[in-house]
Design a protein around this ligand. Structure first.
Ligand SMILES: Nc1nc2c(ncn2[C@@H]2O[C@H](COP(=O)(O)OP(=O)(O)OP(=O)(O)O)[C@@H](O)[C@H]2O)c(=O)[nH]1
Ligand SMILES: [Mg+2]
Length: 445
């Protein structure tokens, strides 16, 4: 990837449609584009929409299309380079003719995410913002869009910078005592105390931020729900009822479902991923046992388990152990057949309205609570966990050592991690960042 290349790509899906959007960006974007039009490009104002005819070459009869063109001049563009956006008729043929003409005059076809990589290079966006944009495009539910939009506001970068500044100010205050040979122990111990107090406050604040990020990630990615229980209790029937689809085979023969059967459903704006599993029981059947192993694996993966029983809930030791640390709802099934729902959290028939079950799922996972996440994504969650660990570690060092250097180094190390999180880490090349992040973006973004 060469950042100073002038690149072009289709930014909308490559299908026949009413309109298509083409992007051209780079140091030579205006020069390249000038070959396609019969107007003096210097006379076209920035950020104005012009209806322009675009040609394959100088000949009048080589017209490709007429479209709305907007020129954004550097540095006031998404990429920070000169950028031309062409809104044209949505024919894959017209798109291809325009792209190959742009290539003929010196542009190169962009790789995925290369426009955002240019924006990052020109410091128009930091890594958090770049990821936020990608998250927004990839959101699969209304809640996902809201969460991604919330994290895009740029407050996360501000908060990281502000933590960075505070940590450096603690370092500076400690350095003062190293410089000042005449200060006595009492004074710098007093300083240690002050720093510890501030760090404990930082820790509380960032623990809450990390918790919100975990919740945001779960809600953004979709919530995994495993439907488990003994054979014949109505697991597959419930899955079909939830999905409103005849997806899993239902029969009165216990042991009908052998493999895991999965389906997605959006409930009140949140995406859920439901898995119907093989009924759990002691059996000699090899295939059924393989299915039961899979049921246990689904429990491990699940954010929430729906544990079904059409009579009593078994006290099977292995199952009880697996459910120990899982958020579980005990569902009594076949209410219409007289199940009394002993020990159940909810009693239902799969032929009834399921909204009481959905309400219970929402309350168990606290999904109605408003969260204002600052961060989104596994990368962010991993960094936040690391930062929390490092702050805890620094507090411990203050308690156990009286060494200014050790505490200072510890604080500076946290700053390095914060830098990497924002993408300001000098040791990382643009190539590294591209490979880990931008290459997963859409083409034209
Ligand atoms: N009356 C009534 N019958 C139900 C209800 N739920 C399931 N059944 C019946 O119970 C039987 C078993 O249902 P399944 O959904 O196949 O049960 P399962 O838990 O998936 O069973 P396995 O796949 O064998 O583990 C079928 O005959 C269903 O029609 C219900 O709410 N009411
Ligand atoms: Mg089944």
């Amino acid at each position: 990837m060469l950042i100073f290349d002038t690149i072009c790509a289709l930014a909308t899906p490559p299908y026949r449609s009413a309109l298509a959007l083409l992007r051209l960006s780079g140091p030579h974007a205006l020069e390249v584009f000038s070959h396609l039009i019969k107007k003096d490009i210097q006379k076209l104002e920035s950020n104005h929409a012009y209806l322009l005819k675009m040609y394959e070459n100088e000949n009048e009869d080589s017209l490709i299309d007429e479209g709305v063109v907007t020129i954004y001049r550097a540095p006031k563009s998404y990429t920070g380079f000169d950028l031309v956006e062409m809104s044209i008729h949505g024919s894959p043929l017209i798109v291809e003719m325009l792209l190959s003409t742009l290539v003929k005059y010196g542009a190169r076809r962009a790789e995925k995410g290369e426009f955002s990589a240019q924006a990052y290079y020109n410091k128009k966006i930091d890594l958090l913002k770049a990821e936020g944009i990608n998250d927004l495009i990839n959101a699969r539910s209304i809640r996902g869009v809201k969460i991604a939009n919330h994290t895009l506001k740029g407050k996360n970068s501000e908060e990281i910078s502000s933590l960075h500044d505070s940590l450096l100010s603690y370092v500076a205050s400690l350095e003062y005592y190293v410089e000042d040979q005449f200060s006595d122990d009492e004074e710098y111990l007093e300083e240690f105390k002050k720093i510890k107090k501030a760090l404990v406050e930082d820790l509380n604040k960032w623990s809450k931020i990390t918790e919100d990020t975990k919740k945001a990630n779960q809600q953004y990615q979709g919530i995994n729900v495993a439907i488990i229980g003994e054979p014949n209790v109505g697991k597959s029937t419930l899955l079909n009822a939830i999905l409103n689809e005849d997806k899993a085979i239902v029969s009165p023969i216990p042991g009908t479902t052998r493999d895991t059967i999965e389906g997605d459903k959006e409930i009140k704006g949140i995406s859920f991923h439901f898995s119907d599993t093989a009924g759990i029981r002691k059996t000699e059947d090899i295939i059924e046992n393989l299915g039961i192993d899979r049921s246990y694996k689904m429990i491990e993966k699940a954010d929430l388990v729906l544990y079904l029983a059409d009579n009593d809930f078994s006290n099977e030791k292995e199952l009880e152990d697996k459910l120990k640390n899982k958020i579980t709802i005990k569902v009594g099934t076949k209410k219409d057949l007289g199940n009394k729902g002993i020990n159940a959290d909810i009693l239902l028939s799969s032929y009834d309205d399921l909204s009481p079950l959905f309400d219970l799922i929402f309350s168990k996972l606290d999904l109605d609570a408003k969260i204002d996440p600052l961060f989104l994504g596994q990368r962010e969650e991993d960094y936040l966990n690391k930062i929390i660990m490092m702050i805890k570690d620094t507090i411990e060092k203050i308690d156990t050592t009286k060494e200014i250097d050790i505490v200072s180094d510890s604080l500076i190390n946290i700053c390095h991690v914060l830098d990497t999180m924002l993408g300001n880490d000098e040791s990382k090349t643009l190539e590294d960042v591209y490979n880990t992040l931008f290459s997963h973006f859409c083409l034209g973004k």
